[in-house]
Design a protein around this ligand. Structure first.
Ligand code: MG
Length: 203
């Protein structure tokens, strides 16, 4: 099982980090070990002083596919949830400056909590769903999938040109604006529309 994460998919988030939009879809991978053990809190790693939350809609791939055509791409996932693409922003900035890969900042243990998966057919139109992240009961990030630069179908089609998608693989589809630091004892809650699907404590 693998986790594929899309970067720079919401314009306002691109601007808040002073990045420029990439012409092609940007993606990177996280290993299976980035999923925390069930019900475990997120432990801030000792190599970073600035772990950021990035709330994202996550797709679960339901069958094997390679070179998937965009018009068939929605047949390759049935369920979605909220995930957190935890990022060691201080480490990432150093890596970016040296043009080095991002794994140390992105792929560490516990860096990809995912919520309870929900049937995508529960939603009238998944290209227009609201999602949000609350920290200690305050709204920190709000997104709507209609603001994605690359939609779910384009992402699946594009990624599958390079990497065979398999049942159980997860795709993080990018974060909207509002990323920021998490602190010890924070309680993070992720919602799709009004349903809470993710809860995790920071330690
Ligand atoms: Mg992200």
């Amino acid at each position: 099982m693998k986790i594929i994460c899309i970067g720079r998919n919401y314009l306002e988030h691109i601007h808040e980090l002073n990045n420029s939009p990439s012409r092609e879809i940007l993606f990177f991978l996280k290993p299976e070990t980035s999923i925390p053990i069930k019900n475990q809190p997120f432990f801030i790693p000792d190599f970073s002083n600035n772990i950021h939350h990035e709330v994202e809609i996550v797709l679960k791939i339901n069958k094997t596919g390679k070179h998937i055509r965009k018009e068939f791409a929605d047949k390759y996932f049935d369920e979605i949830t909220i995930g957190l693409d935890f990022t060691a922003r201080d480490v990432q900035n150093k890596l970016k400056n040296k043009n080095e890969p991002w794994e140390k900042a992105k792929a560490f243990d516990g860096s990809a909590p995912v919520g309870i998966f929900v049937d995508k057919n529960k939603f009238v139109d998944i290209s227009k769903i609201n999602f949000k992240l609350l920290i200690n009961n305050k709204i920190k990030q709000v997104g709507n999938t209609s603001h994605m630069i690359h939609d779910f179908k384009s992402i699946i089609s594009y990624v599958s040109k390079f990497i065979t998608l398999k049942k159980g693989d997860l795709i993080f589809t990018g974060t909207p604006a509002g990323v920021g630091q998490v602190n010890k004892n924070d309680l993070l809650e992720g919602f799709i529309e009004e349903d809470k699907v993710l809860e995790i404590k920071i330690k």
